[in-house]
Design a binder for this molecule. Structure first.
Ligand code: AGP
Length: 370
């Protein structure tokens, strides 16, 4: 096992550090920047199904569901196809309306999650076209879908999903750009500039790992005794906030909630005092001015602010107690880059609390029973 961990103390840390490679591997052979092409046989062979779909329904659980929410933002923004995102466990039991004009995408690292599998079977019975985004090759979900794309993240051993999540975001980005280019919603110049930027994301993840590794350890030391955390973000980074909170709660057992930042004033703001740590994801591109006012509201209530901002940021950084800098990207890529320091922060808080990071209590890597 020590050899498999490759010198890292836990699989989770190893998998966090593998992300420049896993994101790159997921794009390899698919993203051909020089030719200006995204090659994805699973999409291309059925592109008319996608193009003529009434809507796309994404079904998943846990972290994969968070990836699905970001998928909704991506596909609606770039391909202009309506998307709904559903928890598989709710979808399967609520007698949903599904027709043969729907495309259902299941996202699952393991490809074995019982609720996701059952929801897919239901959609298939009702005539929908079903598409799988799985990490484990030849898994049950990969086998029952009509078509799909594998995330080539490699085996993920830590119960807390890290590299599978960023690989799922990579696939969803490729799908959104591919469909948008095909149906004419994404013009050539924008397409070319987005794919060039996507190609550079592994390098940005590498930079973030090196600049935030020590920093997140130091921040973590101050929060070992915390009992609650709020994670806030807007737009693409709202699901990133949900994912940051899930990482923390599952491995450190600290209660954490993710929220869209603007929803704060509809309830959670009542929780804020000098004992409440608040992680706020505030990149320049992505409703920055709105986030600034959310941060002001938190500051006025003395919340402890841990801000994830772009390099050189002033306004949010001046108000924050802790600043984590990430490189600037187009908004659609920011959850990939912002998630990395949040994974590290959750990891180190859990380590300093003496938790069993790779095998948290009560959790299984793949949930094959409902
Ligand atoms: C993530 O860190 C979790 N342990 C969990 O939420 C997981 O994402 C969920 O169970 C779904 O698993 P799947 O992707 O294998 O379907």
């Amino acid at each position: 096992e020590q050899i498999e961990k490759g010198g890292y103390e836990h699989f989770m840390l190893k998998e966090i550090f593998e992300q420049p490679k896993s994101v790159h591997d997921t794009m390899r052979g698919r993203l051909l920047v020089d030719e200006g092409v995204i090659k994805m046989a699973g999409i291309w062979d059925h592109v008319e199904r996608f193009k003529n779909a009434n809507r796309i329904i994404i079904i998943a659980c846990g972290t994969s569901w968070h990836a699905g929410l970001i998928g909704e933002y991506l596909i609606e923004e770039y391909a202009r196809i309506p998307v709904e995102v559903e928890y598989a466990s709710e979808f399967r039991y609520r007698n949903p309306i599904i027709t043969d004009k729907d495309v259902v995408i299941a996202i699952s690292q393991s490809g074995e999650t019982a609720d996701t599998m059952a929801a897919l079977k239901l959609a298939k019975e009702k005539g929908a076209f079903i598409y799988g985004i799985c990490n484990v090759v030849d898994s049950s979900i990969a086998r029952i879908t009509d078509a799909g794309s594998y995330t080539h993240a490699g085996p993920e051993i830590g119960v807390a999903s890290t590299k599978a999540f960023t690989a799922q975001l990579t696939i969803l980005t490729l799908i959104a750009f591919k469909l948008g280019k095909h149906n004419g919603n994404l013009g050539n110049a924008e397409f070319m500039s987005l794919i060039a930027e996507l190609d550079a994301i592994p390098k940005k993840i590498e930079d973030v790992l090196s600049t935030t590794h020590e920093l997140t350890q130091n921040i973590a030391k101050d929060f070992v005794k915390a009992t609650n955390f709020l994670y806030l973000g807007r737009g693409y980074n709202y699901p990133a906030a949900l994912e940051g909170a899930l990482k923390l709660k599952e491995i450190s057992y600290i209660h954490a909630e993710g929220y869209p930042a603007a929803e704060m004033k509809h309830g959670p703001i009542a929780l804020i005092d000098e004992n409440m740590p608040i992680v706020i994801i505030a990149p320049k591109k992505g409703h920055y001015d709105k986030i600034v006012s959310n941060v002001q509201e938190i500051k006025a209530r003395k919340g402890k602010i841990i801000a994830v901002v772009n390099k050189g940021d002033r306004q949010v950084s001046e108000m924050a107690d802790y600043v984590i800098e990430i490189p600037e990207t187009s908004e659609c890529f920011s959850p990939i880059v912002a998630s990395v320091p949040l994974q590290l922060l959750a990891y180190y808080i859990a380590v300093y609390r003496g938790a069993n990071v790779d095998q948290p209590r009560n959790l299984a890597k793949s949930v094959t029973v409902e």
